[in-house]
Design a protein around this ligand. Structure first.
Ligand SMILES: Cc1cc2nc3c(=O)[nH]c(=O)nc-3n(C[C@H](O)[C@H](O)[C@H](O)COP(=O)(O)OP(=O)(O)OC[C@H]3O[C@@H](n4cnc5c(N)ncnc54)[C@H](O)[C@@H]3O)c2cc1C
Length: 399
């Protein structure tokens, strides 16, 4: 069987890894001109971490992880206003750059990845999918996978619906090199919040600093000059911000996007299927996107590979067809994943008003919560609250 995966991100690479090991012929196309390193810091835990462990990636992730020992809030003068020391559950949560996670998976994927290319057009019938790529070449495959993120082109081509749900915030991230600032911030995640605004910093290896900005904005339209917009909204807030914003790069080194969730009734049409943020984005408020993307890729591969194994049947008792009809496997994939995704999305929406707290009283309430979490047992509760479940996703349907 042949698959073309559009998008060399967390979900696309994980799916490629599994399908090629199951004997599929896999090819990946990626819009970016080169591998997307760096990006932003993510907390990685839950079912995706379980998948990564099964893929043998755990030692590599432990090597590239960053220790986050403390979350701390500062005021405009850089003075700490509240903090939470993280002492328990740290082995369940790995903090790392999104690019380092993607790189760890990519290094173990043998399938060819064509950069600077995407899918231009798609035609399909019961027997297969014919694709034209933007580099002028074409392909005939059994399955086209859209793993191309929340603004998925494949979703736009094959599904005609699924405008992401805008969560009223815009987010930006970039990395600067600055030994002095990096040392000053250290192994804690420092944040400054004002009503509707949040800026965060974390020190990386080699004298670098990862920066994250979150801003409440009712209008989803993105600014024409995102670096200038960041300067306008955050440059007057003091702390390290005037300095780091004066060195803000332009895209693609600057990541700037709306915060969205993607809800779709059907994740597959014929021989085209979506995985990861393309069909299930949960948003940074849920803090689970990369983990759920890996889990979904694993479940999709599990179902595709199960098709044809003796004794397998669909969620409604359908038998998979022996002639390569993938519809039963794709329906089972969605049936297994979608309820978990809805749960995580609901969890994320509850958090929208808290990350860049919408008012001064919320900032006060958050500080109080941090103080409570510092009490005995509070820390463990805090770490447990990170995950609304989903570990049982990673149980092979056949095993
Ligand atoms: C600021 C921020 C913080 C986050 N924090 C966390 C966290 O703490 N924990 C967590 O688990 N998740 C977090 N996430 C979410 C997580 O990063 C995503 O959910 C995850 O990366 C989704 O994986 P994916 O493979 O679907 O998409 P991506 O990893 O975004 O990969 C999509 C790939 O498709 C490529 N692409 C896009 N368009 C096209 C096209 N037309 N053709 C070809 N290729 C294309 C992109 O270049 C990219 O390589 C965070 C997200 C953000 C923005």
């Amino acid at each position: 069987m042949k698959a073309l995966i559009c998008g060399a991100g967390i979900a696309g690479l994980t799916l490629g890894w599994h399908l090629e090991r199951a004997g599929w012929e896999v090819e990946v196309v990626e819009r970016a001109a080169a591998f997307r390193d760096g990006g932003y810091m993510i907390d990685f835990y839950g079912p995706g971490f379980e998948v990564a462990t099964r893929m043998g990636l755990r030692p590599r992730l432990m090597e590239v992880r960053y220790p986050v020992n403390e979350l701390s809030y500062v005021d405009r003068a850089g003075r700490q206003t509240s903090h939470l020391t993280l002492t328990s559950g740290l082995d369940q949560v790995v903090s790392l750059l999104r690019g380092d996670l993607a790189r760890a998976i990519a290094d173990d994927v043998r399938a060819p990845i064509t950069y600077g290319t995407t899918v231009e057009s798609v035609e399909q019938d019961a027997g297969g999918v014919s694709l034209r790529l933007t580099d002028g070449t074409s392909r005939d495959v059994d399955l086209l996978v859209g793993a191309d993120g929340a603004h998925s082109r494949v979703r736009g081509l094959g599904f005609g619906d699924g405008t992401p749900r805008y969560l009223g915030h815009q987010v930006a991230a970039y990395i600067v090199e600055d030994e002095e600032l990096s040392r000053r911030v250290g192994t804690r995640y420092q944040m400054l919040t004002e009503p509707g605004l949040m800026a965060g910093a974390y020190a990386l290896r080699d004298g670098r600093l990862a920066l994250l900005f979150l801003r409440r904005e009712p209008d989803p339209a993105l600014p024409a000059d995102p670096a200038a917009a960041l300067g306008r909204h955050f440059g007057h807030l003091g702390w390290i911000l005037p300095d780091v914003l004066s060195r803000c790069p332009n895209p693609p080194e600057l990541y700037y996007d709306q915060v969205t969730q993607v809800e779709l009734e059907r994740w597959h049409r014929g021989r085209v299927v979506l995985v990861g943020d393309a069909c299930q984005a949960v948003s940074l408020f849920a803090g689970h996107g990369a983990s759920m993307a890996m889990a979904a890729a694993w479940v999709l591969a599990d179902e595709l590979v199960a098709d044809g194994r003796p004794g397998t049947s669909g969620v409604h008792g359908e038998r998979p067809s022996a002639d390569g009809d993938l519809s039963v496997a794709l329906a089972r994939y969605q049936a297994r994943m979608a309820p978990r995704i809805e749960e995580v999305q609901r969890f994320g929406r509850r958090f929208v008003k808290w990350m860049a707290p919408s008012s001064r009283w919320r900032i006060g309430a958050r500080d109080l919560l941090f103080r409570l979490a510092a009490l005995p047992g509070g820390n463990r509760l805090f770490v447990n609250s990170l995950s609304p479940g989903g570990h049982n996703l990673i149980t092979s349907r056949s095993g």
